[in-house]
Design a protein around this ligand. Structure first.
Ligand SMILES: [Zn+2]
Length: 93
């Protein structure tokens, strides 16, 4: 069985989805090392998406541009402060 197709019974994400999310959050090594569970990663990715969409809306971007928020936010220097803020929140949690 392909390990990447395993679906978490708790959060419903596949291993590959959770890995992609952890990469977007900059937490891939922690995730793969077992420091974080996929359910945490997926919840934080959701939180990041929310922060990104709020920032995008405040910035006057349309939600159509939000189709790939994780990739865009990781590459958009204007949104780096959002990611930094989120990572600080994660460290505290
Ligand atoms: Zn899970």
């Amino acid at each position: 069985m392909d390990k990447r197709m395993l679906i978490c019974a708790n959060c419903g994400s596949t291993r590959s989805q959770a890995t992609a999310d952890s990469r977007a959050l900059g937490l891939q090594s922690e995730f793969e090392g077992g420091s974080y569970h996929c359910c945490q990663i997926v919840a934080w990715a959701d939180e990041q998406w929310l922060a990104w969409s709020e920032a995008a809306q405040a910035d006057g971007h349309s939600m159509q541009e939000a189709t790939k928020p994780l990739e865009i936010s990781a590459n958009d220097p204007e949104l780096q402060p959002v990611l930094v803020k989120l990572k600080k929140n994660l460290k505290r949690a």
